[in-house]
Design a protein around this ligand. Structure first.
Ligand code: UD1
Ligand code: CA
Length: 451
């Protein structure tokens, strides 16, 4: 069965007190809306429509940047959740299959829960995701009749008896596209809010001989983000869940509570992550790699047996091949570090290709930027770069070549050559002793004069 996702992201989120649309605030270095879509990805959706409104241009751009197959529908006036879903009807007019309605500000719905809803579709036309609320507050209430869902009543419109129900509406639902859009076109706005309520499709289904049911999830999955405080709390919950997932997948986290992940962080089994490591977006770490303390990684790949840190900074485009070693106070950006290559200390490697088995001495810098353009540095297999070498790009150091420490390399170094590019050393016999004598005599004279 084909699946489409409709993600509602038109709300203003005024309680965030922000110029940024609510769904673009981030948890795990990914916008809020991306979390719902990430869970939805488990359903292998054929189509995804994001309904935007407030800050629509910005939200649309962020959605397209994430996945250029995402379609955008615009809700110019926020007339209610049913009206919001209807905005996706045109985009999905040729779609045949099931539609899932998700929310941009509800990041924790799990893939498993969506799959449970999909299973329930085998026996019901509409499936609503419900939850037992500790404090039902102003949530919509699910009115069940046996295993069937008869209707959903909004808190504002509910009787005292209905308000006593604790099974609440998460808002997430699914159904066949044609059926759902058919039901939606019958939803009115004659209610306490004067809004078109998405949950009204349940009662219309009931009255027209279709069946609806509810699938329950844990209340924690339905957590919404409305304020900065809730955003901070959601970040904490996200990190806790991601740490648990990593441990479950066989990753060693020496001090889990000090390691921070992004939504898309991938770490292979038997990798070891020491305390205080931050994973920015788009990082993959292979099995058996080790990341030592106080390292910050983003947009990089670390292969099997490689290690980085302590205090390593791996920036976008950094790729460490098998068994590469990147040590303390080393920054790597847009550069390949070859197999078994060592970059041990105090070094900047940017816009470079470093071959296998090379050794990069302490204090080496690739001078990649001339103030206007960026240039590449190439270092061949088994080359030895002496400490404090400046590699002024564009420049190539050949295979098994060597640079003398302190060199400023501005010309290519042929394979196997030694490049010396520093002032020649000159020794003046006994001159140091003479200088000391002179300076000490001067000091004594000054002391006599009371200076
Ligand atoms: C909705 C449900 C309620 C459920 C609750 C769970 C309705 C009528 N009620 O109430 O049963 O318990 O969610 O949190 O659906 N949105 C749009 N366009 C609109 C209106 C809303 O995109 O015109 C988006 C909002 O940005 C928000 C989501 O839909 O992300 C939910 O809307 P909201 O008004 O917050 O619904 P609730 O009153 O919370
Ligand atoms: Ca609301």
């Amino acid at each position: 069965m084909a699946t489409a996702l409709i993600l509602l992201a038109a709300g203003q989120g005024s309680r965030m007190n922000s110029d940024l649309p609510k769904v673009l605030h981030q948890i795990g270095n990914a916008p809020l809306f991306a979390h719902g879509l990430n869970a939805g990805a488990a359903l292998c959706p054929e189509r995804t429509v994001v309904v935007v409104g407030h800050g629509g241009e910005q939200v649309a751009a962020a959605a397209r940047a994430m996945d250029d197959t995402i379609e955008i529908a615009t809700q110019t006036e926020q007339l209610g959740t049913a009206h919001a879903v209807l905005q996706a009807k045109e985009a999905l007019k040729d779609f045949e299959g099931d539609v899932f309605v998700l929310y941009g500000d509800t990041p924790f719905i799990s893939a498993q829960t969506l799959e449970n809803m999909q299973s329930a579709r085998a026996t019901h036309d509409v499936v609503v995701l419900g939850f037992e609320a500790a404090d039902a507050g102003r949530y919509g209430r699910l009115v069940m009749q046996g295993d069937k869902l008869a209707r959903i009543v909004e808190f504002k419109d509910a009787t005292e008896e209905e308000r006593a129900i604790t099974l609440c509406n998460s808002g997430v639902l699914c159904g066949d596209a044609k059926t759902l859009f058919g039901l939606l076109s019958q939803v009115g706005n004659d209610n306490a809010s004067g809004e078109y309520y998405l949950p009204d499709v349940v009662e219309i289904a009931w009255k027209t001989g279709l069946t609806a049911t509810s699938v329950a999830c844990d209340e924690s999955e339905t957590l919404g983000v409305n304020t900065r405080a809730e955003l901070a709390r959601a970040e904490g919950l996200f990190q806790a869940a991601k740490r648990a997932e990593m441990l479950e997948n066989g990753v060693t986290l020496v001090a889990p509570e000090t390691v921070f992940f992004s939504l898309d962080t991938y770490i292979g089994r038997d990798a070891v992550i020491d305390p205080n490591v931050v994973f920015g977006p788009n990082v993959t770490i292979e099995s058996g790699a080790r990341i030592k303390s106080f390292s910050h990684l983003e947009g990089c790949h670390v292969s099997t047996g490689a290690d980085a840190g302590p205090f390593a900074r791996l920036r976008p485009g950094a790729e460490l091949a098998n068994n590469a070693h990147v040590g303390n106070f080393v920054e790597v950006k847009n550069a390949q570090i070859g197999e078994g290559t060592k970059v041990g200390h105090l070094t900047y490697i940017g816009d470079a290709d470093i071959g296998d088995g090379a050794n990069i001495g302490a204090g080496t810098i690739t001078c990649n930027y001339d103030g206007v353009f960026k240039h590449r540095t190439t270092v061949g297999r088994d080359a030895f770069i002496g400490s404090n070498t400046m590699l002024v790009a564009p420049v190539t150091v050949g295979t098994e070549a060597m640079t003398a420490s302190g060199s400023v390399i501005t010309k290519d170094v042929p394979d196997g050559a030694l490049a010396l590019a520093r002032a020649k050393q000159e020794n003046k016999p006994m001159l140091a002793v003479k200088l000391f004598l002179k300076l000490r005599a001067l000091k004594a004279k000054k002391a006599e004069k009371g200076q």
